[in-house]
Design a protein. Structure first.
Length: 191
């Protein structure tokens, strides 16, 4: 039951993008097409889940025993940067079109505050290894859900048309705000 609660909270109630406002840069930058948003989301799911696994182990078996918890942020960033490099190499070899479509946003996963924030939050919430990975995976899927919803709405808006003054960034911000308000409705699910 605890895992179900964590998954629902991470996916809907405390969605990392729409409720906590972390990871806004790739959310706005890569959400032009559903296919690209889904690809970026898959990369974030992989990186965030694996990053939480590795950062938990680094924290529990290196930082805490050596009493150097103050190195947490730096070591977590190093782990995340390394994992992003692995994802970048894999995508370049296996999906060159997705690699090109993601462009600069793929290396920006390294600086995505959502990935680092979730790793730190898992430590602060004192989650065990499995709970930490479930929390990270659910949060990353929530990130993907938000990006795919945003991309779908933006694609639809391009097809139906809208005022010229709203094209581009203004419409993106309006859609993001409306999605955020819609996700606020899920807060009633928590007692």
């Amino acid at each position: 039951m605890e895992f179900i609660s964590i998954i629902i909270m991470a996916l809907l109630v405390n969605n990392v993008v729409l409720a906590q406002f972390l990871g806004i840069c790739p959310f706005l930058g890569v959400s032009n097409k559903v296919e690209t948003a889904a690809g970026m989301g898959a990369a974030v799911v992989f990186v965030m889940s694996l990053a939480n696994l590795v950062t938990f182990l680094v924290n529990a078996y290196i930082l805490i025993p050596l009493h150097i918890e103050f190195m947490q942020t730096i070591s977590f960033i190093f782990v995340i940067a390394s994992l992003v490099q692995v994802v970048e190499i894999i995508l370049k070899k296996t999906a060159p079109s997705l690699y090109q479509a993601l462009g600069i946003y793929l290396p920006l996963i390294t600086t995505n505050c959502a990935v680092l924030g979730i790793a730190i939050l898992a430590v602060q919430k004192d989650y065990n290894l499995i709970t930490s990975v479930v929390y990270a995976a659910a949060t990353a899927v929530g990130f993907t859900l938000a990006m795919v919803l945003m991309a779908g709405i933006r694609e639809h808006m391009e097809m139906v048309g809208y005022p010229k003054g709203m094209k581009g960034f203004p419409m993106s911000l309006l859609i993001a705000g409306l999605l955020s308000l819609a996700f606020m409705g899920f807060t009633g699910m928590v007692k």
